[in-house]
Design a protein around this ligand. Sequence first.
Ligand SMILES: C[S@@+](CC[C@H](N)C(=O)[O-])C[C@H]1O[C@@H](n2cnc3c(N)ncnc32)[C@H](O)[C@@H]1O
Length: 265
Amino acid sequence: MLAFVVSVRPDDVEVASDALWGLGVVAVEERSTVDGGVELWTSLGDVDPATIEWPQQWPWRLVEIDETVADTWREFATPILIEPDLVVRPAWVAYDAPIGVTVLHIEPGSTFGMGDHPTTILSLRALRRLITAGCSVLDVGCGSGVLAIGACVLGAATAVGVDIAPAAVPVTEANALANGVADRVAVSTTDLEDVQGVYDIVVANILAPTLIALAPDLRRVVAPGGALVISGVLATAHAHVLEALAPLRAVATDEQDGWVAVTLR
Ligand SMILES: C[S@@+](CC[C@H](N)C(=O)[O-])C[C@H]1O[C@@H](n2cnc3c(N)ncnc32)[C@H](O)[C@@H]1O
């Protein structure tokens, strides 16, 4: 397994880590270096680092590591409370759900989408408010499929997930099956520009530069009267993303731990 290792100055650790989370990683480890710098160790799964838009000021390298060591984060995973009656359960963690609590069972594999990142939590909450019985959902950058699957479990008729990471396809399919919605979730690596039709709700939990690049297609795939939920953006720096998405405009903004999800119509 290859680790993606980024070298940063101590002052840049927070913002560079945020950029890594926004790329869809499932864990980031900080290591001090002898010269007073910091290395951020993570995995990009099967995404080729050459294909991502990584800021040039933070050099990176790939390091071969032992996969069993890289997976130790699993020992510490716990059920994630999205709302008092909505929980995401890591598939390997036992959880006795109280009556009335809806549980999403998620095995992320090498994809992003364990449900514990603030942007995923905020996206699920926004989706829940928007979903009406029988609506259609498009999840752009579906990762583990947690949002597409959550949407169907919460009442959407169908959800389509797309992601540039090939691993997202088998992982989302397996998670859809585990949650009893395999017949309503379709997933592929189709580029957003090739996605046809329109959807009542479009959700995109992706880093700001990608949201801006995808903005024309994100607008195109929202049905008239539908809603777009974007997340993966920082509370203090997302005005430029909203500008790119005009004439859609923000109708709700939810914040957690410095991240926001914005609902636009
Ligand atoms: C932050 S993760 C979100 C995963 C999941 N939807 C969630 O909310 O937990 C972002 C995902 O977007 C995918 N992605 C990045 N750029 C993309 C693009 N241009 N088109 C589709 N997916 C993209 C990444 O591979 C990653 O799986």
